[in-house]
Design a binder for this molecule. Structure first.
Ligand SMILES: Nc1ncnc2c1ncn2[C@@H]1O[C@H](COP(=O)(O)OP(=O)(O)OP(=O)(O)O)[C@@H](O)[C@H]1O
Ligand SMILES: [Mg+2]
Length: 503
């Protein structure tokens, strides 16, 4: 029988391997989690982080290796059994049950609640208590399918915390949360820690890792690289361990001329935003920041023809345009990378090739026929440019790691050759290396004269990349900030947060 390192450790994995067909997702990896610590897992997209966690909760069966939980051999056949033993996981790609209510979802798989499951009133009452504890104001009877991505994420977090687990696995829990919600999650993590609960924290956001984690394990290409106390690493040294080489500045120097106004909106009003006016010039990156629900995505969705506009005007190169639907928007030269890639960005059970081709059929057409050869080479060019890591472009999108799915979405829109590119959280779930590539591409496209609008809740990113920054507060623009003031230090994270909160 395997022997553990002792009582300090809640979970000890040794020699775990897992392959999917020809892909070696995990090769002989180890992981040692102490009681009451927050343990970061870092690594590039496809490094094997989610696979390792899924093996621990029994969603994947490891090909070999041993796991000890509280010093005892541990084996489970699925998440429900893992929860019973004391391990629960918040998934990277949310899988909420759309037809369940908020309350039902919070108590799903929670065996203790079996008795009252039938009692709707009691379930709702208990749910209200939990929602209040998290200071989260939504009705317990609301359907999960009607929630925003951020709300669904908060519900998943509550659900996990509510299982009285000894180990909570969080796979990129903040990817769709705003700064305020992220702070609330951090408070929850501190409380869990105080209760002696261990947390595995997976994130591509360096500042989060340094602010809440005690220890970090690094993975690269399915292999375990090292485990260190957070006090012994720096951002630079971590990034080097992740990518296996020295890395320079993540944010590129953007030195391209800013030209004439390409895109302009006046007095846009719709559901969740009112009286929005701004313009974007060719070669310019306009950043939009604000709390979740402040109306940024809603404005962009209306511009892109996904939601109706109540009033206002949109101009492209001086001419008024109307985008009643997405097709019209694309034809008018607008492309939008949506924040919710699983709902709007990808057909998960279609190949990468088909996904990239979808809005680009005119590019691939030869007369009335589809030029298959051209489709393949063009798609490959874009997939390579964005370094999509996949067995082949014929693989289904669902088999890709989270960050690689995002790259496929970017590839498909960049190929449509737009004049205005709207990016809603473009680097969500994307690793540092690929982030840097996306930033480089944004600069490259700006250089070619595109007008770029980027929504981002990641302040370091939006501060580094934007020539100009608009801060939203409750559906309106509450301030315009400039890159030179960010560079000179006149505008700081605090300045922006204050504006996000309406000051
Ligand atoms: N169900 C699956 N079928 C086939 N291949 C898979 C499956 N799940 C994962 N993989 C492959 O295993 C490797 C590891 O993927 P995994 O999702 O664990 O990466 P990750 O470190 O979580 O990445 P990310 O940061 O992008 O979330 C990748 O090459 C991925 O394509
Ligand atoms: Mg993952």
């Amino acid at each position: 029988m395997a022997e553990g390192r002792g009582n300090d450790y809640i979970l000890e994995c040794e020699g775990l391997s897992k392959s999917f067909g020809g892909t070696k997702a995990l090769q002989d990896v180890e992981l040692h989690i102490r009681r009451g610590e927050v343990h970061a897992l870092v690594g590039e997209n496809g490094a094997g982080k989610s696979t390792l966690m899924k093996a621990i909760i029994g969603l994947h069966k490891a090909d070999s290796g041993t796991i000890l939980f509280e010093g005892q051999p541990y084996k489970v056949n699925g998440p429900a059994e893992a929860i019973k033993k004391g391990i629960t996981m918040i998934h990277q790609e949310l899988n909420p049950e759309p037809h369940l209510t908020v309350a039902e979802n919070i108590f799903l798989h929670n065996e203790d609640m079996n008795g009252i499951f039938l009692n709707k009133k009691e379930t709702n009452r208990k749910a209200v208590q939990i929602l209040e504890r998290f200071n989260f104001h939504i009705s317990p009877t609301m359907l999960v399918g009607d929630l925003t991505l951020a709300q669904a994420q908060m519900i998943e977090i509550m659900k996990a915390v509510n299982t009285n687990a000894k180990l909570v696995i969080m796979d990129e829990p903040t990817s769709s949360l705003d700064n305020d919600e992220t702070q609330r999650l951090f408070e929850t993590i501190h409380q869990l820690k105080e209760q002696g609960v261990s947390v595995v924290y997976i994130s591509h956001r360096m500042e989060e890792i340094f602010s809440i984690c005690d220890t970090v394990s690094v993975f690269r290409d399915g292999r375990f690289i090292d485990c260190k106390p957070i006090s012994e690493v720096t951002e630079q040294s971590l990034i080097s361990m992740m990518v296996g080489r020295e890395v320079g500045n993540v944010y590129p120097e953007k030195n391209c001329p800013i030209g004439d106004v390409v895109f302009k909106v006046e007095g846009l009003t719709g559901k969740g935003f009112s009286d929005i006016s701004f313009e974007v010039r060719s070669g310019e990156i306009l950043g939009l920041t604000g709390l979740a629900g402040a109306g940024r995505s809603e404005t962009m969705r209306a511009i892109f023809g996904l939601d109706p506009l109540e009033s206002g005007h949109i101009y492209l190169e001086g001419k008024e345009i109307r985008n009643r639907n997405v097709k019209q928007a694309i034809r008018n030269g607008i492309a939008m990378v949506n924040e919710d890639r699983r709902k709007y960005g990808l057909c998960l059970y279609r190949s990468i090739n088909e996904n990239i081709s979808l809005p680009n059929l005119p590019v691939h057409q030869k007369g009335l026929l589809l030029n298959k050869a051209r489709e393949k080479t063009e798609n490959k060019k874009y997939a390579d440019m964005l370094t999509v890591k996949a067995a082949s472009l014929d693989a289904d999108a669902i088999s890709l790691s989270g960050g690689n799915q995002q790259k496929v979405v970017l590839a498909k829109w960049l190929m449509s050759n737009p004049k205005v590119l709207i990016l809603d959280e473009p680097t969500r779930g994307v690793d540092v290396g690929a982030k840097s590539e996306i930033y480089n591409l944004m600069c490259e496209f700006a250089k070619q004269g595109l007008a770029i609008i980027m929504i981002s809740s990641e302040l370091p990113e939006v501060m580094a990349m934007s020539d100009r920054l608009l801060v939203y507060h409750e559906g309106r623009i509450n301030g315009e900030l400039f890159q030179e003031d960010i560079r000179s230090g006149k505008v700081t994270q605090e300045t922006i947060l204050a504006k996000e909160f309406g000051n």
